[in-house]
Design a protein around this ligand. Structure first.
Ligand code: ARG
Length: 461
């Protein structure tokens, strides 16, 4: 069997080396071994259950599959040259172990439903594992938010200082984005939880198999309805890649902020030595390479998603070899996102916030302008008029160099009470509306975040 190809009956010549070099997927689909074996065990047991195979044959095949499983687990499985993919390799080894009966494993099955089954099992497990890593990052952000106490920093719009916000509020803003990512991965797991096993090459089989039996053995929630759809559907890969890509985009935005925050210009945070890099030439440098790569790798995972979508868009039903191109982008995005989640979680957990620098920046008088306008609104002045009045004072302060707070104090309508808004920390205290950036709203937000986190944890169990 070793030197024979799966289709040797129809062919007189062995595949060319160039064909194998170009089309073999063993170099990357080896990591599906666990899932391919699980699919084959369920298939063989189903064949025995339905009487398609004698029970003894089914048992012999399952025992051989268990042996192959332990060979993979302890690293003794040896590939041979004709192993073009993980499915071929495992069937070849099963036949070496079990003898001719191994040739019965592929009864009523094709590599087309086999690979779709293995990849769904893999995706279900891996998406769940990644979701747990996202939850771990959320936990770091939430803990750092708790540690931040009443520290505050400037909030920005258009990268211009706008209004002061609590540091905890800023950190939790990122946490909220990641909670949606966990939900998206969980949603993808619900939709992919369908067994394609039993669809055969494209049209099912004439043998009395039982796709429901195999589905239940594999722990899938449902079984396919249409064999053509079952073997050609890679929506679950595209959907998973989108969820991973959006995590990548969120990590990138977080990374970009940390690049800014750790710069000398901002100085809002300092990285631990363990999570920063130095320069080969410039002795003074301490660089935020993790944060930069979080930004850089987002481009790559976006490419993986768009690449797969381009692969899928031209495919007629049902299986086409193009579909083999689903795996590398999925594996790569999982690897990159998983590493990024861990690295950023650790980097943020170990960093120091320079809260005095943040506070100084946030105490800049212009950040109080909106509060002065709202102070006027509370006394019956239409907001547009209040906005114009304070805007004019800001302009006057800028042209004359007289501090804004002095102009406000001297103003007959504003006076000392309005000038008191400029005292350090007052403006952030006043951000009290629903979901706002101040301490009074923070309590409810924290409770709501914890409620959402525990609901997500339950979904992932
Ligand atoms: N390695 C292939 C893949 O990943 C397995 C299916 C091959 N099927 C076929 N008819 N050539 O898609």
């Amino acid at each position: 069997m070793n030197d024979k190809h799966l289709w040797h009956g129809r062919f007189n010549e062995a595949p060319a080396e160039s064909l194998m070099a170009y089309t073999a997927s063993i170099g990357f689909d080896l990591r599906l071994w666990r899932d391919d074996i699980a699919g084959s065990v369920a298939h063989a047991q189903m064949l025995g259950e339905c009487g398609v195979l004698p029970r003894v044959d089914s048992d012999t095949i399952v025992a051989a599959l268990r042996q192959v499983e332990s060979e993979f687990a302890n690293g003794t499985f040896v590939l041979v040259a004709t192993d073009e993919d993980i499915h071929t390799a495992i069937e070849r080894r099963v036949t070496e172990i079990a003898g001719a009966v191994g040739g019965k494993l592929h009864t009523g099955r094709s590599r087309n439903d086999q690979v779709a089954t293995a990849l769904r099992l893999f995706a279900k497990r891996e998406f769940t594992a990644t979701a747990h890593r996202v939850l771990a990052l959320i936990d770091v952000l939430d803990r750092r938010a708790d540690d931040a106490g009443d520290a505050y920093l400037p909030g920005y719009t258009h990268m211009q200082r706008a209004q002061p916000v609590l540091l905890s509020h800023h950190l939790r803003a990122h946490a909220w984005a990641f909670t949606r990512d966990v939900g998206r991965l969980a949603d993808a797991c619900v939709r992919l939880d369908v067994s394609p096993l039993g669809a055969g090459a494209l049209a099912g089989t004439s043998l009395p198999t039982d796709a429901r039996d195999a589905q239940q053995r594999l722990g899938f929630a449902d079984v396919f309805a249409n064999s053509l759809d079952a073997v050609s559907d890679r929506d679950f890969v595209a959907e998973g890649l989108f969820a991973l890509t959006l995590i990548g985009v969120h990590l990138s935005r977080l990374g970009e902020e940390w690049v800014l925050w750790t710069s000398e210009e901002f100085g809002f945070a300092s990285l631990s030595d363990q999570h920063a890099t130095g320069s080969s030439m410039l002795p003074q440098k301490k660089n935020a390479d993790i944060a930069e790569l979080a930004r850089g790798k987002a481009g790559r995972v976006i490419g993986n998603l768009t690449g797969l979508l381009a692969t899928l868009k031209g495919l007629p039903l049902a299986y086409n070899r193009d579909l083999q191109e689903d795996k590398e982008p999925l594996f790569d995005s999982l690897d990159q996102i998983n590493r990024g989640l861990v690295a950023l979680s650790e980097m943020i957990a170990a960093a120091t916030f320079n809260t005095d620098v943040m506070q100084q920046a946030a105490d800049a008088p212009v950040l109080v302008a909106t509060d002065v306008a709202e102070w006027l609104v509370a006394r019956g002045v239409p907001f547009r008029d209040a906005h114009a009045k304070v805007g004019a004072l800001v302009s006057l302060s800028l042209t004359t160099g007289v501090p804004l707070v002095d102009l406000v104090r001297r103003d007959p309508v504003l006076g000392a009470e309005a000038a008191a808004l400029f005292a350090s920390g007052v403006a952030v205290q006043r951000r009290s509306s629903h979901g706002a950036a101040g301490p009074s709203a923070a309590v409810a937000q924290r409770a709501e975040l914890h409620r959402v986190i525990s609901a997500l944890q339950k979904r992932l169990l």
